[in-house]
Structures are given as structure tokens and as C-alpha cells.
Design a binder for this molecule. Sequence first.
Ligand code: GDP
Length: 138
Amino acid sequence: MEQTLSIIKPDGVKKNIIGEVIRRFESNGLSVKAMRMLQMTREEAEGFYAVHKERPFFNSLTDFMCSGPVVVMILEGQEAIALNRKIMGATDFKEAEAGTIRKDFASSIESNVVHGSDAPETAATEIAYFFSSLDIMA
Ligand code: GDP
């Protein structure tokens, strides 16, 4: 079993598809082990996306990520990190496979509904960014 961090981004919350996104995770073999709704400060969004600090879209991305509430979750399952990214689809929704969350609901390369950790190390760091061990269900 593996755990990964998932975020339903502000555009997903505004589109009222929290339930639909979670349904896709649950019906594809992932289980929610912790969940919070919160609105990040600018500093928190910058810290979360620190790896992208040098990218030209960093300011726009961090503005977007603190523009409204998000739903942060720990998902667990067999190969949860890769499975979650498959369910999400490619970063650019125009390149995402049919039936993926981003293909069906994203409106731009930035407003792409969901975040998912991309490797075991980042999953561990990202989970610890939002959750303490007491928040995580066995
Ligand atoms: P992810 O792992 O699929 O989320 O993609 P990345 O780690 O490469 O990028 C992080 C997030 O930055 C993406 O999910 C998008 O919201 C945003 N992003 C990526 N590429 C671009 C871009 O070229 N322009 C803008 N404005 N945002 C981008």
C-alpha cells in the first residue's frame, strides 16, 4: 500500500465537483485516509510549490492556489501515486486521456482541478505539509 497527497484546487471547488472527483478516486481503488478543506495563504502556496519557484508561471500559480478554498486529502491504495496521476490525466488537459479528471473538467493548463504527488519523496513531504500523524486514519 502507498499513500499520496491529492488537492482539489480552487477551480474544482468552485465548479462544485468535490464529490465527483472523490467518486473517481474511490471507484478506481483509492481510499481517503485524511481530508481537510482550507484556504492557503500566499506564503503557504509559495511553500507548497517551492520547487517551481524559478518557473515563469510561479506567481500566477501561487495566486491561483490561494484564490479560494481547496480540499486536501491523503489517498491510499496499491501504487497510489501513479494510479492517482493516471486518474488525474496530463498536466495540460488538452493532452490528457479521455475519461481523466483533467480532460473532463480542466479549463486551462493552470486551472486543472487537481494536484497529485509525483514521487514517494514528494508524497511524504506534501502529506507532512498539511497533516500530522494524528489526522491520518489507519
Ligand atoms: P502536475 O504535477 O501535473 O500538477 O504539473 P507540474 O508539477 O508540472 O505543475 C504544477 C502546476 O502548475 C500544474 O498542475 C498547473 O496548475 C501549473 N502549471 C504547469 N505548467 C504551467 C504553465 O505552463 N502555465 C501555467 N500558468 N501554469 C502551469
